[in-house]
Design a protein around this ligand. Sequence first.
Ligand SMILES: NC(=O)c1ccc[n+]([C@@H]2O[C@H](COP(=O)([O-])OP(=O)(O)OC[C@H]3O[C@@H](n4cnc5c(N)ncnc54)[C@H](OP(=O)(O)O)[C@@H]3O)[C@@H](O)[C@H]2O)c1
Length: 243
Amino acid sequence: MGVFTDQIAVVTGASSGIGSAIARELAKHGATICLVGRRLDALDAVTRDIQKTSPASKYYAVELAQEGEIQQFAQDIQNTFNRVDILVHSAGVFSMGSIETTPVSNLDWQYAINVRAPYCLTQALLPALKRAQGQIVFINSSVGLQARATVGVYAATKHALRAIADSLRAEVNPAGVRVLSLYLGRTATPMQEAACKIESKPYLPQNLLQPEDIAAVVANTLSLPRSAEVTDIQIRPQMKPTR
Ligand SMILES: NC(=O)c1ccc[n+]([C@@H]2O[C@H](COP(=O)([O-])OP(=O)(O)OC[C@H]3O[C@@H](n4cnc5c(N)ncnc54)[C@H](OP(=O)(O)O)[C@@H]3O)[C@@H](O)[C@H]2O)c1
């Protein structure tokens, strides 16, 4: 018996990086996972692996920029599982550029995936999460706390995500729902590899946070007794000792 046995966990961004590591970790501790992403081959591979320990887990191909697809997904998991205990928002997009030069279409795109989608999905699943006295996790970024040059658009979406998480926490705590935000530094995933390429920096995954580190923190925090609520966690790569 794992700590999340009989619990249903919805994880977005589960086809890659941090979301896939969180899905695996929650499944290892007994949860049944609804994996959300777009790439069928990647979703299928992660789900097959997870099904070895959590056979009822399923994947769902959802374009999170489409509100209709989010609503349909919420309906589908209600029909199949009729409960949701954990919702992890890990899907996200990132690009770089100055405010002076970044087209507003880029702002609209990042807003759609990083802010609007988690807002809509939270709304759609909130009745079920309240019934289960569930838990909601927002994967945020260090730049969601402190913006810096050339990441203004991404930082703006992550600041907005923080505001949504903070307001939501105050609204749903009385119903017994916990809300956690994680503010992450550079983590070894395809998103970070792409970021290094844009910055013309070498991608050195061994020097970065690992997706499994984040997954362990999420699982540990979600399994804390209900007398405690962890609201915000900042995690950054450990500085390597110089030799
Ligand atoms: N890596 C870092 O250094 C870092 C640092 C701070 C915060 N974060 C945050 O961590 C979260 C996870 O990032 P990651 O590093 O794991 O990135 P990743 O490996 O690129 O994974 C991104 C995930 O988001 C999904 N996704 C993107 N657009 C989507 C859309 N329109 N509809 C549905 N799903 C979509 C992707 O699904 P498909 O591939 O199937 O389309 C993929 O599963 C993000 O919120 C990111 O902002 C990352």
